[in-house]
Design a protein around this ligand. Sequence first.
Ligand SMILES: [Zn+2]
Length: 239
Amino acid sequence: MKQIKLLWEHQEKQHELTKTLKSLKQIKEDDKLENVQVELKQLEYDLITNKTQLEMKKIEIERSERKLKIINDNLGQTTQRLYSGDITDSKELIEIHKEEERLREQCDLIEEEIYLNLEKIDAYDEIIKLKQKEYTRSSENVSFLHREHIDQTTKLKEKCKELRTKLQQLNSKIEPDFIKKYNAISKMKHRAVVKVKNKSCTGCHMNIPLSTISRLKKDEVVCYCDNCGRILLYSKEPE
Ligand SMILES: [Zn+2]
């Protein structure tokens, strides 16, 4: 019975379509790509933050250097006044001397500040280099997974399209009543059409009466398994 063979083919294609749709859904739900994308965004954010922090330190150093220059100039003038010999009043000399000391302390503090900021800049440089490497690696990984995701999705969608076309073609060749019966059995059983192997139904594994087998061999009629009600397909392949 040619119709049963078509129905069998229909069933196989239908199952293949279900499986393909399931794979597509799994790919869509797979959060591997999403996770690495989030990771990349975080790295990007960290890099921007570190670069900003580094720039801030550079600005702080520039500011300190300007301040240092002014204080150094003041110090130079104060020292000059102190040793010029123009000032003879001892009280005034003590005051100028105190001022000189105060300015020197300020210079030391600012130099220390600059030194610490230079060290911080070195540390940020190192962090940025490491993060940059990590970012490049992560970015390549995202591109790879993204390409893979698109490739897989495209392939599966094409497969679905092919299967749907094939199913439509098969549908047009199968008698509508037969499809109705098939659909009714499909609602209850995973497979509505099953092969007969070793003289038994491959759906429920019960033996098939010889009379049914001989009717199936004649290839003329539609036979159902007495036990499970599935449509039987006699396979001519060696058992
Ligand atoms: Zn059966």
